[in-house]
Design a protein around this ligand. Structure first.
Ligand SMILES: [Zn+2]
Length: 434
């Protein structure tokens, strides 16, 4: 099954990942590895700039008293971001707000501190715990994010000195006055539990962090901690009520124009609430998780919205994330509660089919018409005999063709098994224990 990708969403898709560099993407915490691009700078309102040093966006507000910077990019973005800021203003860096603790938003500030700046650093009260989870699960995070060691030998920060910690924490709302001007920092959960966004009422500008990205929100990531689709919708609705003239997004292009912004934010909220309501209704009616996901239908007004293409996440993944939030890890099938190993099941299926060769053959036949179903047969063949090179090739090829049919980046990367993954599964002893 392939997913259609409307033509009007392609521009958003192209913009979504900004000045992305694959090299930096693999060394996201390395101070020496920048994007290699000159930052993109747009003056979106008087003394207000959208700055994109790489894959992520930063907001800069100049006041008479000093600068307010919202986010600081990846570690390697620090020097080019500093140069971009200094090309716009020579005012001191007064305040930095972290919109959340993610690797691509809260790690470039070191370059400003080394240059002698001493800003207050504002973050939501849950952000230090987010950094704490980074340290506790550095190996896991490095692995699931495909990270390689930087110059300091670390693929992921694992010690307190690897972070620039906030100096001011807030719970729900913090009103800052800088240069006589008001900036309101609001908490709102979304991709993370520590999210914050900034409203500059006198300029009509919101710096939204990843609460607004110009594509379907990252609310369902299959390998990451819980996301908060309902609160995400609430934050989007709150922003829409303010009727901003510009939203500086966490990724992709900024949103411009009151009507377009209100339309984007209310559609975003409606989309998320639609998925959440479907999942919760299914849970309340005792529907199995797989069936809840299989019966999710996304109305065209959400699916085809030019600022909500499913290029990163997928509605199905968001639905599963809601199910996980409100129920347990079990998918409800009795045999899956205390299952036989996948290898034992695959060996039995292969034996019944007449050998892994038959499974490979059928997987290749099915791949032409139903590559989703074909991937199960290819996986059984591979798990039944992991040393079988025909089964390995079939598995890789079927998953690759599935990946190619997917507009969602998360689906692509998780379907595309690497040679290293095949080897690591091949090398592990067959598990026969219950
Ligand atoms: Zn981000």
């Amino acid at each position: 099954m392939t997913t259609t990708f409307p033509e009007n969403q392609r521009a958003a898709a192209r913009a979504a990942f900004g000045l992305f560099s694959p090299t930096q993407g693999r060394r996201i915490f390395d101070k020496q590895t920048g994007s290699g691009f000159e930052p993109k700078v747009i003056e979106v309102a008087p003394r207000t700039w959208f700055i994109q040093p790489g894959m992520v966006n930063v907001a800069l507000f100049e006041t008479d008293e000093g600068l307010l910077l919202v986010d600081a990019g990846c570690a390697g973005d620090g020097p080019s971001l500093l140069r971009a800021v200094r090309g716009l203003s020579d005012k001191p860096l007064h305040t930095v707000v972290y919109t959340h603790g993610h690797s691509d938003h809260a790690f470039g500030l070191w370059a400003f501190l080394e240059a002698g700046e001493a800003p207050q650093i504002v973050a939501h009260r849950d952000l230090p715990a987010h950094f704490g989870r980074y340290m506790k699960t550095s190996g896991l995070n490095a692995r699931i994010n495909g990270q390689l060691p930087g110059e300091d030998g670390k693929a992921w920060p694992d010690a307190p000195e690897d972070f620039v910690w906030p100096t001011v924490l807030f719970d729900d709302t913090l009103t800052l006055t800088i240069g006589g001007e008001t900036f309101v920092v609001r908490h709102g959960k979304g991709e993370t539990d520590d999210a914050a966004w900034v409203w500059a009422p006198e300029r009509g500008v919101i710096a939204a962090g990843d609460l607004v990205t110009g594509y379907l929100p990252n609310a369902g990531n299959p390998k990451k901690v819980q996301r908060y689709a309902e609160e995400w919708a609430t934050a989007a609705e709150e922003m829409a009520e303010l009727r901003p003239e510009v939203v500086i997004t966490g990724h992709g292009d900024p949103a411009v124009g009151v009507d377009a912004i209100v339309d984007e934010l209310t559609t975003l909220a409606g989309y998320l609430r639609h998925v959440v309501d479907h999942a919760i209704q299914g849970l309340n009616e005792g529907v199995l998780p797989d069936h809840i996901v299989a019966t999710l239908e996304v109305p065209e007004r959400f699916r085809d919205h030019p600022r909500l293409p499913a290029i990163y996440d997928k509605a199905e993944f968001i639905c599963r994330n809601v199910i996980r939030r409100y129920s347990g890890w079990w998918d409800g099938y009795p045999s899956h509660l205390l299952p036989s190993s996948q290898e034992q099941q695959a060996a039995e299926i292969a034996a019944l089919a007449g050998g892994t060769g038959r499974l490979v053959e059928r997987a290749r036949e099915l791949a032409a018409t139903d590559v989703r179903l074909a991937s199960h047969l290819a996986e059984w063949a591979f798990l039944a005999d992991r040393s079988d090179s025909a089964a390995q090739d079939c598995y890789r090829e079927v998953l690759e063709s599935r990946a190619q049919a997917e507009p969602s980046l998360m689906a692509q990367v998780n379907l595309r098994i690497s040679g290293a993954w095949v080897r690591s599964v091949s090398d592990s002893p067959a598990s026969t224990s219950q």
